[in-house]
Design a protein around this ligand. Sequence first.
Ligand code: HEC
Ligand code: HEC
Length: 465
Amino acid sequence: MRRGRQRRGVLPAALVAAALLAALPASRAGAFPVGGRDTVLPAGSELDEDALDRPREVFRAEAMGGAKSYLVRLGDMAFSAPSLLGGMARRAGIACNACHVNGAGNPRLYIPGLSTRPGTFDTTGGVFNPPADNGVLDALTPPSLRGARLLAPYGHDGRFASLRDFVRNVIVDEFAGPEPSPAILDGLVAYIQDIDFLPNPRLAPGGALAAGASASERRGEKLFRKPFPRRPELSCAACHLPSAAFVDHRQHDVGSGGEFKTPTLLNADVNAPYFHDGRYDSYAQVVAHFDRVFALGLAPRERQDLVAYLTAIGDGVRPYERDGVEPRLKEIGEFASLLATAIPAGDREVVALTVATVGGELRELTEAFPDRKDATVVDGRTERATARAALKERVLDLRRIDAAVAAGHLDEAAADYAAWRKLMASTVPEALRAAERWSLFNPDLHDAHYGALRLLSQQADKAAR
Ligand code: HEC
Ligand code: HEC
C-alpha cells in the first residue's frame, strides 16, 4: 500500500535543501528555524512540534459519556495559549502544551542551556524569567499530567499542595506572565483535573494484575510487594500503592539527590526518561538503581520480572494518535466554541485570548500546506493555495470579531461568529481535505520537507562557522 502512493512528487532532500537555500536571503539563512517559526530560542532547540504522532488525550467527562464543561474547554484553550505566559515564551510561541504535549510529557524537549538531556528543562533558568534564575542548571522532566488530580503534592519535590497554586506559580514566577484572571486559572485547573489516565486492561480495579498476566509479570508483582531484606518496613508497593494510582503523596530520598515525591507508575511506559532529572531511559536502569541503593540483592531473573511487571502496569491503550486535518479542525472548533458563551457575555478577556490562540492554531495549520516557494512539494499547487487562503481568511474574520467585542458591538460579533462557524464546518474542511495529500500530514512529504530543512540548517551552520 505505502509503496504505491509514496514518492510521487517528492524530491530528494539534498536537491530541495539547495533550492530552499537559494531562495533565502543570505542574512536569514544562518537563523533558519527548523521548527518553521522565527525562533527566539537558542540555536539547536527542539520542541518536537513536527511529530506526526501526538499523545492521545483522554478526558474524564467524555469517558463518562458527557461533554466537556465550559470551564474545561477554557482551560484546554488557555493551555495552548502562548500569550498566557510572559514575553519570552510568548515570542517563542511556547504554551503549556509545548512541554506537556496534550497533557503528556515531551521526551524530545531540548533547549540548549536549559536542558541537561532531551526531555528535561530547567524551570529556574534565566531565559524565561531572569529574576527567577537560581544560577544552577537543575533541569527536570515535565511530568505527564494524566491523572494529575490524584497525584498531589505538585512539582517533583512536591512543594505545592495545591494544583491551583502550582499553576499560578508556573505562569507568574517561572514564565514571567501577567497575573492570570481567576476564571482562567480555574479553567486550567479544571482542564488538568479532567485529563485521565489512558485505560489499561492489564490492571484490575484496585491495582492488581488482571487475569491473563504472564508468569513473569506475576512473579514481578510478588517482588513488588515483598519487604526489602535490609529495610523490612519498605517495599516498592509501600511507596507506590497499587490501590492509589501507585503513589503515597509523600516525598522520599531514594538516593537520587534529594527528596522527591513518589511518581505514579500508571501509563509510565510512555513517560521515559525517568526520575526527576530524566537520568534513566528504561525500567531496567530504574530497577538496577533500587537494587543498588537499597541492597536488594536481586538475581538477573528477578530484575527481569520486575521490569515485566512495570511494563504491564505502565501500559495504556493507544498512547499516540495520528495528526491530521480532522484532529486539528476538531481542536480548533472546540477552542473557538468558547466564543459562543464569551461573546454574548461581553467577556473581552476570554474573547481576546481565544481569538489569539485560535488564530495561532489556524496559522500553524496553514504551514502544513506548503506554499509555492517550498520545493519539497510539486503537485497540488492549486489545492494547497486554496487551503491556505481559506485558513488565512478565517484568521482575519476572528480579528474582526475581537475588534467588534472590544468596541461593544456584541450582536455584530455574534453574527460574525455564527458565519465563521458555518464556514469552518463546510468550505474550510472541504478545501483542507482536498489538499491534505499534498500537506505535511502526508508522512512522505513530511519526512522530505523536514529532512530538507535539517540539511539546510546544517549547511547554514557550516557556512556560518
Ligand atoms: C518549557 C517547559 C514547560 C512549560 C512551557 C510548562 N511546563 Fe509544567 N512543568 C515543566 C517541568 C520541567 C515541570 C517539573 C517542575 C518541577 O518539578 O518543579 C513541570 C511541572 C508541572 C506540573 C506538576 C505536575 C506534577 O505532577 O507534579 C503541572 C501541574 C504543570 N507543570 C502545569 C503546567 C501549566 C499549566 C503550564 C502552562 C501555564 C506549564 N506547566 C508549562 C515544564 C513546563
Ligand atoms: C521509599 C519510597 C520508594 C520505594 C520503596 C520505591 N520507590 Fe520507586 N520511586 C520513588 C520516588 C521518590 C521516585 C522518584 C525519584 C526521583 O524523581 O528522583 C521513584 C521513581 C520510580 C520510578 C520512575 C518513575 C518515573 O516516572 O520517573 C519507577 C519505575 C519506580 N520508582 C519503581 C519502583 C520499584 C520497582 C521499586 C521497588 C524495587 C520502587 N520504585 C521502590 C519512591 C519509592
